[in-house]
Design a protein around this ligand. Structure first.
Ligand code: PLP
Length: 391
């Protein structure tokens, strides 16, 4: 069965060009970039070329790019190292919809005595910027706000947020794991101090990431050890993966236009098709505020997991907005923060596209979804919507 892969916010396929760029560094070019000999020096050059590509995508300087093992490490480093750099400041601000890489880290510091403000979002997943202004205090060390939400695709106005935070003087960390390569971001214009990127969300392999560190930002090493990465992260560089990420950044810069036109067009067709063909379907977020590749739709009175299983039987990969924890299905913290009612949050499905998504794949989803929803609604324990049950 052909796989229809619409789960690109979970992970993406490695681009062929990325794999080819990596191959020599997994085989014949295995030198250590720290070595004094030319064999290692050639490898060090490859790492620097990758840094150049990453810097070009973000429009920053190569020496502001720090390679890490993943988005989670980048987020952890940003928060841990900032709090270490400013030991007198005991306040952290984040949003209620951050990825666990940020959320759990902030809550860890809360459990260690820090004050944590988690900013709410409205029903469309939007932040109220006045609430950021009001939350900032002289004690605030770091504000951590994602650029785009992984579950809903809702984009936060990071330029305005950066202006507010920097006018106040706190450090701004942005988890841009879902947005980089999908929507433009110009770090020469947006005064973000720290920013997390993950390779496997932009067609590089899993297990490599970036922490952008604006020049002059205090950042004691989180992973202590050797002098690698300008002494900011110990550990021998994961050269093949760094080279792959560099190539993925180069490709992302080339394809970003396509994301905002062709991919968005496919996503819009999918979203509108689902809303018009499936009963009691609603969008989580506003199409205009979303990443061009993401749509999260709730099918009321149906369980998301059941939808996923039926889609899976057709070879279609997507994600649901609830996670099975301790035997009970908990709606996601993101949908809960948006105030999505229980009966809708449970039946929410995220479709996330990529530059490899085709028209035929969108057609396949639009064909199978209405009968799946109809069948499940008839079977579901909360499928007996009162007015329909009587009809
Ligand atoms: N932040 C966001 C918004 C994400 O979506 C993810 C992964 O899903 C991460 C951070 C973590 O990235 P990684 O899987 O590279 O650790």
């Amino acid at each position: 069965m052909k796989v229809v892969y619409l789960d690109n916010n979970a992970t993406t396929r490695v681009a062929d060009e990325v794999f080819e760029a990596m191959r020599p560094y997994l085989t014949e070019r295995y030198g250590n970039p720290s070595s004094m000999h030319a064999f290692g020096g050639e490898v060090a050059h490859a790492v620097e070329r990758a840094r150049d590509h990453a810097a070009a995508l973000l429009n920053c300087s190569p020496d502001e790019i720090l390679f890490t093992s993943c988005g989670t490490e980048s987020d952890n480093t940003a928060i841990h190292s900032t709090l270490e750099a400013y030991p007198d400041k005991r306040h952290v601000i984040a949003t209620r919809v951050e990825h666990p890489a940020v959320r759990v880290t902030c809550r860890y510091f809360q459990s260690r005595g820090y004050r944590l403000t988690e900013l709410p979002v409205d029903g469309k997943g939007r932040l109220n910027l006045d609430q950021i202004r009001n939350a900032l205090s002289d004690d605030t060390a770091i504000v951590s706000v994602m650029h785009a939400n992984n579950e809903t695709g809702v984009i936060f106005p990071i330029d305005e947020i950066a202006q507010i935070v920097k006018a106040h003087g706190a450090i701004l960390h942005c988890d841009a794991v879902q947005s980089v390569g999908k929507i433009p971001l110009d770090l020469s214009k947006t005064p973000i101090d720290l920013l997390a990127v993950s390779g496997h969300k932009l067609h590089a392999p899993k297990g490599v990431g970036i922490l952008y560190v604006r020049r002059g930002t205090r950042l004691p090493a989180f992973i202590k050890g050797g002098h690698q990465e300008h002494g900011k992260r110990g550990g021998t560089e994961n050269v093949p993966y760094i080279v792959g990420l560099g190539e993925a950044c180069r490709l992302a810069a080339e394809h970003i236009e396509e994301e905002t036109t062709r991919v968005r067009g496919l996503r819009d067709r999918l979203a509108r098709g689902l809303l018009s063909s499936c009963l009691d379907a609603s969008l989580n977020g506003d199409l205009d505020d979303l990443l061009p590749n993401t749509v999260n739709v709730s099918f009321e009175y149906v369980e998301g997991e059941a939808i996923l299983l039926h889609l899976d039987a057709h070879g279609i990969c997507a994600s649901s907005g609830s996670a099975c924890t301790s035997g009970s299905l908990e709606p996601s913290h993101v949908l809960r923060a948006m105030g999505v009612p229980f009966t809708r949050a449970h039946g929410s499905i995220r479709f996330s596209l990529s530059r490899y998504t085709t028209d035929e794949e969108v057609d396949a989803v639009l064909e199978v979804m209405p009968p799946i929803i109809e069948r499940l609604r008839a079977l579901s324990p909360f499928g007996r919507k009162p007015e329909r049950a009587e009809a």
